[in-house]
Write a protein that binds this ligand. Structure first.
Ligand code: TYD
Ligand code: MG
Length: 454
């Protein structure tokens, strides 16, 4: 009887070991190794992808033609921008997100919108009828969009050879398997081998591929990190399933900027690109409610105005509560400590709740000033002037620190009709006379509070 070849793989980083170990020597995680069968006597040696190119020799870089790297423009403006301006031929894009967030919807929508491209949509998750039902909801049609229910890479490559698509979409990498390996679809060795085969095919034929990947419980993309190293671009689709907005982020991009952000709205007819997010993220309250302030942040290269809401109330129980949604809780605690120590506000016995409107998460320190203003406004029950917008980082000694790309933030606030903006006085490059909006430059948090609440 032939021997069965087994190996152990780390679920976290994908490292391989011939025997089980408790602690991964590669990533340091405990108890992540699991056994997988690599080869048995029944395994077929055929399968995989055989390159049509004969042996390649080293080539002078100058002689390599660059013409075949022209990007394919796509109609979806948000995805196009996040990718860095269209799809690069032969590139592999890993598209990850939690179940039900809309990955299949977005990919099918792209397949249907690109009616000048021949698209092959391979699904191992849904039947062709189910895909058709989804396609009927989306307001686009592409006579050159083909669907295929297939999970074996060998057959997949055969169909690719026959059809010669311009774009290949695989939903999802966890359902695809290669007959070369014995382990179950979705296991680390399968995911890794399938991606490697698909990658060879994509680079060989110049077909761009979108791979949909599920996010694991730990929140990492498609299981092991190895996948992220192999592919050219990693996109992440995130958002709260209970909110309509979805954010498309690029985590890694060999062909573009990684700080770009795309915003979509989930509607009854698929996903709609949101062109002017600032207008949507701000709930226009004319009455002037206390506890809200507008901050000018940047998401990638795009300025975005967001609404910060705070509620400060006397603590009903011994230990005051601090809770925050969409903003780092430790940073909130730090800002409260600064307000207490530098400005003498007694917030130690108060409950503080903070929320970023629209269900988005902000890491930009420039919204510190808006957070502080929202807290002060709620504490004193005095509304912040609705024509004021803020952009500044608060330091530990209560100083207002400068922020990046301040001119863009000011222009965005001006565009949306704000009359005043408060920034740090250390943003030296800003010339207030260049803008129609009144630019206040402050150095200390006390000055900002005085300016806003008198
Ligand atoms: P789906 O693309 O199946 O998610 P994923 O592939 O990431 O698991 O998205 C499913 C959700 O999207 C589902 O809850 C229904 C919703 N949806 C709409 O709201 N409008 C639509 O037009 C479509 C097609 C889906
Ligand atoms: Mg899906």
């Amino acid at each position: 009887m032939a021997k069965v070849k087994r190996a152990y793989f780390c679920r976290n980083c994908g490292a391989q070991s011939p025997k089980w170990v408790g602690k991964c020597s590669s990533c340091g995680e405990w108890d992540t190794y699991q056994e997988e069968i690599l080869e048995s006597n029944t395994a077929k040696s055929s399968g995989g992808y055989q390159s049509s190119k004969t042996h390649q020799r080293p080539q002078a870089l100058e002689e390599v033609e660059s013409s075949n790297l022209k990007r394919v423009g796509i109609k979806d403006t948000e995805l196009s921008r996040v990718l860095g301006g269209g799809i690069v031929p032969g590139s592999i894009v890993l598209f990850g997100g939690e179940p039900g967030i809309g990955k299949s919807t977005l990919m099918l929508q792209i397949a249907l919108q690109e009616n000048n491209l021949k698209v092959l949509y391979v699904s191992g998750e849904e039947s062709s009828e189910q895909i058709k039902m989804r396609a009927d909801r989306i307001d686009a049609a592409n006579p050159n969009c083909f669907v295929l229910n297939e999970t074996s890479t060998t057959l997949l490559f055969q169909h690719c050879n026959e059809l010669e698509p311009d774009l290949l979409i695989i939903d999802s990498i966890q359902t695809i398997h290669t007959p070369k390996l014995e382990s179950a679809p979705g296991s680390i060795s399968q995911i890794r081998e399938c991606t490697a085969e698909i990658m060879r095919m994509a680079k060989d034929k110049g077909i761009p591929v979108f791979l949909i990947g599920h996010i694991t419980k730990e929140g990492s993309l498609a299981g092991p990190k190895v996948l992220e190293h192999m592919v050219d671009t990693v996109l992440q689709f995130e958002g709260d399933r209970n909110h309509v907005y979805r954010l498309l982020r690029s985590v890694k991009n060999r062909f573009g900027n990684t700080n770009e952000l795309g915003i979509y709205e989930m509607s009854g007819e698929g996903l709609r690109a949101v062109d002017n997010p600032s207008e949507l993220l701000i709930s226009n309250n004319d009455q002037g409610l206390s506890g809200t302030a507008i901050g000018a942040t940047m998401e990638g290269l795009r300025p975005l105005l967001i609404e910060v809401q705070a509620l400060v109330s006397s603590a009903a129980y011994g230990t005051p509560q601090r809770s925050s949604t969409g903003f780092d809780l430790r940073r909130l605690n730090m800002l409260l400590a600064v307000l207490e120590k530098r400005c003498g506000f007694k917030l130690g016995s108060k409950d503080v709740f903070l929320n970023i409107a629209g269900g988005i998460r902000v890491d930009d320190p420039a919204i510190d000033l808006a957070v502080v203003s929202a807290i002060m406004s709620s504490n004193a029950d005095i509304p912040v002037d609705t024509s004021v917008c803020l952009a500044g980082e608060v330091g530990l000694s209560g100083e207002i620190r400068p922020v990046t790309r301040v001119a863009q933030r000011i222009s965005e606030a001006e565009k949306l009709g704000y009359k005043q903006i408060i920034i740090s006085k250390h943003n030296k490059a800003v010339k207030a006379q260049d803008f129609k909006i009144t630019v206040h430059m402050v150095g200390k948090i006390e000055e900002c509070i005085k300016l806003m609440f008198g």
